[in-house]
Design a protein around this ligand. Sequence first.
Ligand SMILES: Cc1cc2nc3c(=O)[nH]c(=O)nc-3n(C[C@H](O)[C@H](O)[C@H](O)COP(=O)(O)OP(=O)(O)OC[C@H]3O[C@@H](n4cnc5c(N)ncnc54)[C@H](O)[C@@H]3O)c2cc1C
Length: 465
Amino acid sequence: MIGGGLAGLSAGVALAEAGWRVRLFEQRPFLGGRATSYVLPDGEHVDNCQHVTLGCCTNLEDFYRRVGSAGKIKFFDRLVFQDPQGRIGEMQAGMLPAPFHMTGSFAGFAPLTLADKRGIALAMLDILRGKGRTADLDEPGGISMLEWLKRRRQTQGAIERFWRVVLVSALDEELDRTDARFGVDVFWKGFLSNRKGYRMGVPSVPLAELYDGCKTEIEKRGGEVNLRMPVRAIHLADGAVTAVEFDGGRQETAEAYVFALPHPAMAELANEEMKRLEPRLAELGKIGVAPITGVHFWFDREVMKEPFVTLLDTTTQWIFNKTALYGASNGAGKERGQYLQLVISASYDLLQKPRQEIIDLCLKEVQQALPAARGARLVKATVIKEAAATFSPQPGVDRWRPTQDTLIQGMFLAGDWTATGWPATMEGAVRSGYLAAEAVLRIAGTPRKFLQADLPADGFVGWFC
Ligand SMILES: Cc1cc2nc3c(=O)[nH]c(=O)nc-3n(C[C@H](O)[C@H](O)[C@H](O)COP(=O)(O)OP(=O)(O)OC[C@H]3O[C@@H](n4cnc5c(N)ncnc54)[C@H](O)[C@@H]3O)c2cc1C
């Protein structure tokens, strides 16, 4: 297993469970890849960026259960939105069955006008009628989400204050650069087909702590987890992988090699011979990347009560109250201060901005949204820009995403960017890991299933699907 992100870990844990001796090699000194955390010199645990999951992420949930971390995810039923005028909107399931469970909170959603809501309701009806598919999603090359919305005559308010807010966060891309298939899927799986799909799961511990159980699962079955071990080259002979090479020329061999790297790293490792044998490796450069910026603020006092809030019409998209979410696990209870983490997805505009300018901009928005922050002192602040946070879900991107088995004997691929049908998410990464493990076992002649089913359609939707 090359790579200790969620894809490599989930494939490794699955294969260990199937009786394989798994040897995992990760280049960094810790596990978790992009979904991890580290400790600052002052002892503070900081997530690479806030990560959230949704109720519809059934494979991630299964993985957390396998490695004993399910109890470290707190689920929330109520999502709060706030605009600069201080108007609050909520999304919370009421008593009605799916797909009407959100009707109450949607009807009272103050930041949207009646015309916005009417358009949104009609578009939702279209998704429902197609059971998560609409005919135009299958147009060659795909269509963008913005085009899909325009065809359904969405108002500017609905686009900016509803569709864009949900989808840019979920898919890390602007609507005109997002394949509508992913956008429609978010609403089908997250909001329409099941009452629980939208529930937001937030880790109550720093991200790296979620993976403690992975090492144990692999090691107790005779495997090993090696950190600070970057693979530098892949050796082939007669169309098969014969070894991977590390620093100092050290080589390791295996019956099967799962490369669970980000796609730019995989593209770099793939030599001409590999690209000739497996042409899909030559196409990886066609998959683009999109940025996410995380801004971390530590205030000298409490400035926020909610566990998280989504801001409308601002650069800042989400504010997470890390002090409340962590509880005592980050030593947060020791002082009276408060730690907030802000997330800005598809943050192209911030990439070139100096750190202090981003801090000033976000601080102003936090002070506008949270009156208590106006009198508070900002003790420290950090900005983490991830220029290649996720692959960009551009229209038609699926045609460049390879399956987990390859035409090179012994070579398997995993990673959120491989063909899973999902966008770049932790769920997509775990799906890819499970699919890679299934491919290894299938080719070894001992097939086994790890991939979990989607949440079943329930309520009235269940009658028709
Ligand atoms: C800022 C940010 C915010 C995000 N927010 C969310 C969110 O809220 N919800 C969500 O679901 N998803 C979110 N994501 C996406 C999510 O983190 C990823 O989809 C997922 O973690 C990808 O897992 P992976 O295993 O495919 O890749 P990675 O996590 O990138 O793992 C690949 C691993 O391979 C290692 N590696 C690379 N090269 C080598 C080499 N040569 N040898 C050995 N090891 C190597 C890397 O160090 C890394 O550990 C976010 C991502 C970012 C960056």
